[in-house]
Design a protein around this ligand. Structure first.
Ligand code: BGC
Length: 450
């Protein structure tokens, strides 16, 4: 029997990027340096010595890139704003030229019938604020709200869907606990403080929106479901810890106003006693939550793993992407139903989903065949449809990513794009996945029927 994958009327089909990963020209037109600018220019931090100096040169080629979006038939485009372009010192003086770039981008999108969806913080904190302690400073919540207000005043009305933060877990785990991402700290004493201040900042940004904004605001979490390696008490407890650490540590303060008890167990004496009042700030009404889903983890107890005492177990006979992530589409359905059960019926978007598989640096021909990525997209869209059938209030999907881009400290070595980018010439070539996605959008999912 054929199964229909037609999505609900009005379902939003989009694609996502982020500023430092695609824009290039990070210091142009009076922009201040960000922590990623500094990190990328520190020897040994980036694979291949890659930097965001040019990236996809989107800062100069944004009009052409909007045409690529139009060719896909996108309804929405999720991009991020580089805080240090707008406020070079992070607070205070507004750099009108930096702001102008986003005004021009938004105008171009609207003229082409594509809804602009802006994320305020996708990891590139102004370096000047890092010098003042970055996310370890409690004032960071006010710095963020000040910046957010500048953006709401400049663009609300034209940008009708905002997100405060992208993936605070990655910022704290990579940036403050393990040091693989900017600002490159390694401290279990700092990580929970940075995490907490990020969620205070998100709350302060939402409050500022209620005073100035007229449309929708939410926050974006990466959710990676955790499954136990065995039913032993040790593995089950390790799975709980991993889940609390990665998923609930951020969604709970935002949506429930508390932290799960496992965090104290994980961080021990490094877990601070946060003032009760803080949770009034972290818990603000959101209009939606964005979920970024890539993979799952199967977890086992591992006393040597710091500080979680839990580690992932590689699965036999499964496909893994170039970033080492298992292709596991059922996890997307499970994530969405779990989220609804725990946090209630909040409108949800998948704000990122995609896969890095090997593509050659130079694309020959008009379309680059990328069968593994095409398979990943098809499977995950079907899994998404299952979640809608199970009653999840899912409003849209953004593919990660529009373009191959700078995969943070992995440089240009990992390609997630719907469009291939030849980084030597900046030539864009659609991959077969882009072609499939365009047909999905045109048929509202019907092309996935089997
Ligand atoms: C981030 C993106 C990143 C992608 C693939 C997410 O963690 O939001 O910036 O490129 O996943 O790793």
């Amino acid at each position: 029997m054929t199964r229909s994958y037609r999505f609900p009327e009005g379902f939003l089909w989009g694609a996502a990027t982020s500023a430092y990963q695609i824009e290039g020209s990070p210091l142009a037109d009076g922009a201040g340096p960000s922590i990623w600018e500094r990190f990328a220019h520190t020897p040994g931090m980036m694979v291949g010595g890659d930097t965001g100096d040019i990236a996809c040169d989107h800062y100069r080629r944004y009009k052409d890139d909007v045409q690529l979006m139009k060719a896909l038939g996108l309804h929405g485009y999720r991009f991020s704003i580089a805080w240090a372009r707008v406020l070079p010192e992070g607070t205070g003086r507004v750099n009108e030229k930096g702001l102008d770039f986003y005004k021009r981008l938004v105008d171009e999108l609207l003229e082409n019938g594509i809804a602009p969806n802006a994320t305020l913080f996708h990891w590139d904190m102004p370096a000047a604020l890092d010098d003042r302690g970055g996310w370890l400073n409690r004032d960071s919540a006010h710095w963020f709200a000040e910046y957010a207000e500048v953006m709401f005043k400049a663009l609300d009305g034209r940008v009708q869907r905002w997100a405060t933060l992208n993936e605070p877990w990655v910022v704290t785990d990579g940036g403050y606990l393990h040091g693989a991402l900017a600002p490159g700290h390694r401290s279990k004493y700092e990580a929970p403080i940075a995490a907490h201040n990020l969620m205070r900042a998100s709350g302060a940004g939402i409050q500022a929106y209620r005073a100035h904004g007229k449309h929708e605001i939410g926050v974006v979490f990466n959710i990676e479901p955790k499954y136990p390696h065995s039913q032993s008490a040790d593995d089950l407890a390790a799975t709980r810890r991993a889940h609390a650490y990665m998923n609930e540590q951020f969604a709970d303060p935002a949506l429930l106003g508390s932290y799960p008890p496992e965090l104290k167990e994980i961080f021990g004496e490094a877990w601070p006693d946060f003032p009760a009042d803080d949770f009034k700030l972290t818990r603000q009404k959101v209009d939606f939550v964005g979920i970024n889903y890539y993979t799952r983890a199967v977890v086992k107890h591992d006393p040597n793993q710091y500080p979680l005492k839990a580690s992932p177990v590689r699965q036999a006979n499964k496909t893994y992407t170039e970033t080492g992530w298992e292709v596991f589409e059922q996890g997307l359905t499970d994530t969405l139903t779990w989220f609804k059960d725990r946090y209630g019926d909040i409108p949800l978007y998948i704000t990122e989903n995609g896969s890095a598989f090997y593509d050659p640096p130079v694309a020959e021909g008009e379309v680059l065949d990328d069968p593994l990525r095409t398979g990943y997209l098809r499977k995950h869209l079907r899994a998404l449809h299952k979640a809608i059938e199970a009653g999840v209030n899912l409003k849209g999907y953004y593919a990660w990513s529009l373009l191959d881009n700078l995969e943070w400290s992995l440089g240009f070595s990992k390609r997630f794009g719907l469009y291939h980018v030849d980084f030597a010439t900046q030539k864009r070539t659609p991959k077969a996945t882009a072609k499939l996605y365009a047909r999905v959008i045109e048929s509202n999912g019907a092309v996935l029927d089997d």
